[in-house]
Design a protein around this ligand. Structure first.
Ligand SMILES: Nc1nc2c(c(=O)[nH]1)N[C@H]1C(S)=C(S)[C@@H](COP(=O)(O)O)O[C@H]1N2
Ligand SMILES: [Mo]
Length: 311
């Protein structure tokens, strides 16, 4: 039985500490030296620009993937199962007149439209690693706000133990939903303490502009220490619930995808290793880090848990 303390957390923490320390200056420096990175023209010119602060506490200083890589190599099964399908079918996602409903065990249920999502919260840019369970990774400059700001607004009751998320259901337009490849709509969930962790983010943009459709327009979740599939796209509903919520990939193959799905090089997927990963745009592979390198911020959430059983 492997417990969390056997993973040599101190060593992991030291490595991430150094990374995060080095970040602070480099982020500022690269923003000054390469302003075109922020005004990339790979987003269509019609896409709305966002104003935001740059986060210095949680962002990585690693080289960001290009806007082209981030928008042409995607997982978004509603738009098809191929990596280029989400880009090719992007216009099939109807993201105008969007409403995000927050309900369940809350004092203050509310509905936010696209304008509210951009205006109601102070937006910031967070450069995070995204590690897909398929063993590739990217570094993305997301723009959004902490999920806990939204949670504070909704005021969940004490018996709300989990947060459940639901994506758009539109089988008329979304090509992937014409087939029963998954049990639609796509659903995900977090434990309340994971949801209020400051790393957990609601993203409304990337590279300075609103989200491209293929990346989950107009609003998605980002949980950087978990495998990419937890970061649910194009959310229409967030519910506060008492019982552990249904999660699409867990429901699909419970022996392969657990509820937690924390990035963990010591627990392999039953059909492939999770020890290494390919950063999109690079040759060769890198070592995968426990909690995707975010141990410092999240390892305390799992103290005493057997991460091999609760994967
Ligand atoms: N609604 C929905 N959200 C989703 C998915 C999906 O198929 N549908 N795929 C997930 C997976 S497997 C990954 S790796 C990430 C990919 O995000 P990106 O395409 O923005 O890099 O989105 C996640 N969110
Ligand atoms: Mo993924």
């Amino acid at each position: 039985m492997k417990k969390i303390n056997k993973y040599n957390l101190d060593k992991e923490n030291k490595v991430t500490d150094e990374n995060f320390f080095n970040n602070r200056r480099k982020i500022m420096a690269s923003a000054l030296a390469f302003p075109f990175l922020i005004n990339s023209n790979a987003h269509s010119s019609s896409q709305k620009k966002l104003s935001f602060n740059k986060d210095l506490d949680y962002s990585t200083n690693e080289k960001t993937n290009t806007i082209k890589q981030i928008t042409s190599y995607n997982n978004f099964y509603e738009l098809g199962t191929g990596k280029r399908d989400p880009m090719l079918n992007a216009s099939r996602l109807k993201s105008d007149d969007w409403n995000l409903t927050i309900d369940g065990l809350v004092e203050n249920p509310l509905t936010l439209d696209s304008e509210d999502l951009i205006k109601k919260f102070q937006l910031e840019e967070r450069i995070y690693r995204l590690r897909c369970v398929e063993a590739w990774s990217m570094v993305v400059p997301w723009i959004g706000f902490e999920l806990r700001s939204l949670i504070n607004l909704a005021k969940p009751f004490h018996n709300a133990k989990y947060v459940s998320f639901e994506s758009i259901l539109d089988s008329e337009n979304l090509p992937g939903q014409k087939r029963d490849i998954l049990n639609w709509p796509y659903r995900e969930g977090l434990r309340m303490d994971e949801a209020i962790n400051p790393l957990t983010m609601i993203a409304v943009g990337l590279y300075g502009k609103v989200l491209p459709n293929q990346n989950g327009s107009p609003v998605r979740l980002i949980v950087p220490w978990k495998y990419g599939f937890k970061s649910i796209k194009s959310i229409v509903k967030i519910s506060f619930v008492e019982e552990i919520p249904v999660c699409t990939w867990n429901e699909q193959a419970p022996n392969e995808y657990g509820f937690y799905s924390n990035v963990n090089p010591y627990v392999d997927h039953p059909r492939w290793s999770q020890k290494r990963e390919r950063r999109i745009g690079e040759f060769g592979k890198r070592d995968t880090l426990l909690f995707n390198g975010y141990s410092k911020f999240v390892s305390n959430l799992y103290t005493g848990m057997d991460l091999e059983k609760e994967f």
